[in-house]
Design a protein around this ligand. Structure first.
Ligand code: SF4
Ligand code: SF4
Length: 373
């Protein structure tokens, strides 16, 4: 795991405090969407499909700070849209750093190199760059020739200036695991702190609905990608969440672990679904019918979801909330997950063309904080 010790310590003590106080539902990462507009229009994006009058709107810095203080999460993800298009993004970031929040600013990096001089490197600030694969795959999936080269230039400049940088990608049906593993090598050579990945969620607003996977296919894909790991690969995610993706752990969703706030208010129940909004965080926690969500609920909208914003909080809480969980994280951090069957899956994978690797909105989150750009 590539997350710095100071950040892990902050999250670990936060989880332990919540356990001691008997708090049942608490946030780990606030998904703070300051705006929905973007300078790209990726095929699977569930955000940039809003009508123009919504895309023009944005949260003010004061609204962002009020949301952060109200929910109290130790980490804040800034997905979008493209946060670097927000005219007051520097003020928002500096205000969050002053509040000692670990921020993941999710960006497609088209504007990153140009805007970097306005930011100051800090252990609290990570640029989480949406990068979908090698040049061919990335440019295809973001529908922008040259997008990969611009993003890589931004990454390299940010690394050179001493910023924390991660990459995030969301994978869909048809992804070639061999291509993804080659891409991991490329990314680590750029000097990033770690890689963030997640399966996609089938946004009903996304224009391309054909690439979403069921749970069994997700597990098969991630077992092929993440087994037999190279020691050079670093992941900015909970090792337990990666084991969940590989099919080694069974988790239920913890949707309140990554509450989402945007121009409409607090989104029920999670970053992915929109079953209404509340004005306050308290109201979100108290009025959402949590039992109606997650795989066990039988809700069809949750049936195929294995997305990090729902399941990584479960993994993080287990990892920091029990000795067994903590040992699992330590073991996972240093394991290469040798697996002969997964090697066979890799060898059986026919090479796919660029149409097979697609990124949709986010990420955010992060680690669960960064897998949803
Ligand atoms: S299972 Fe997925 S879609 Fe359903 S509540 Fe959890 S995160 Fe949201
Ligand atoms: S997926 Fe991210 S980069 Fe692509 S259009 Fe949506 S917000 Fe923009």
């Amino acid at each position: 795991m590539a997350v710095p010790i100071s950040q892990m310590w902050t999250v670990a003590t936060y989880v332990l405090k919540k356990r001691l106080t008997g708090d049942k539902r608490y946030p780990l990462v606030l998904m703070l969407e300051p705006l929905f507009r973007c300078n790209l229009a990726c095929a699977g994006c569930g955000k940039v499909q809003y009508p123009p009058h919504i895309l023009k709107k944005q949260l003010s810095p004061a609204e962002c700070f009020a949301a952060v203080e109200e929910c109290g999460a130790p980490m804040v993800s800034l997905p979008g849209g493209e946060p670097l298009l927000h005219p007051q993004i520097v003020e928002i970031v500096n205000g969050l750093i002053a509040r000692k929040k670990y921020i993941y600013l999710c960006t497609n990096a088209l504007e990153l190199k140009r805007r970097l001089p306005e930011f100051t490197p800090s252990k609290y600030l990570t640029f989480s760059v949406h990068l979908d694969g090698d040049r061919e795959h990335h440019d295809f999936s973001v529908c922008r020739e040259g997008g990969y080269d611009i993003a890589v230039e931004g990454i390299k400049e940010a690394v050179k200036r001493g910023f924390r940088v991660t990459t995030n990608a969301t994978f869909f049906d048809g992804t070639d695991p061999n291509t993804v593993r080659g891409f991991f090598d490329e990314v680590m050579d750029m000097g990033v702190e770690g890689i963030v990945l997640s399966p996609g969620y089938s946004y009903d607003k996304a224009p391309d609905q054909t690439k979403f996977m069921g749970r069994a296919r997700v597990r098969r894909l991630f077992r092929a990608i993440l087994s037999n790991r190279k020691p050079t690969w670093k992941f900015n995610m909970s090792p337990l969440f990666l084991e969940f993706l590989m099919g080694d752990r069974k988790y239920e969703c913890t949707p309140w672990g990554s509450p989402a706030y945007n121009i409409f208010g607090w989104q029920k129940p999670c970053y992915l679904l929109q079953d209404g909004y509340t004005e306050t965080y308290k109201e979100l926690i108290e009025t959402t019918k949590w039992e109606e969500y997650g795989v066990a609920s039988g809700n069809p909208k949750c049936a195929n979801c294995m997305v990090s914003c729902g399941y990584e909080p479960t993994a993080v809480i287990e990892g920091f909330g029990s000795l067994k969980g903590f040992w699992g994280m330590v073991r996972g951090t240093f394991s290469s997950y040798k697996d002969a069957h997964a090697l066979k899956l890799l060898n059986d994978s026919a090479p796919h063309g660029p149409a097979k690797l697609v990124q949709i909105a986010e990420p955010a989150h992060a680690s669960m904080a960064e897998t949803n750009q």
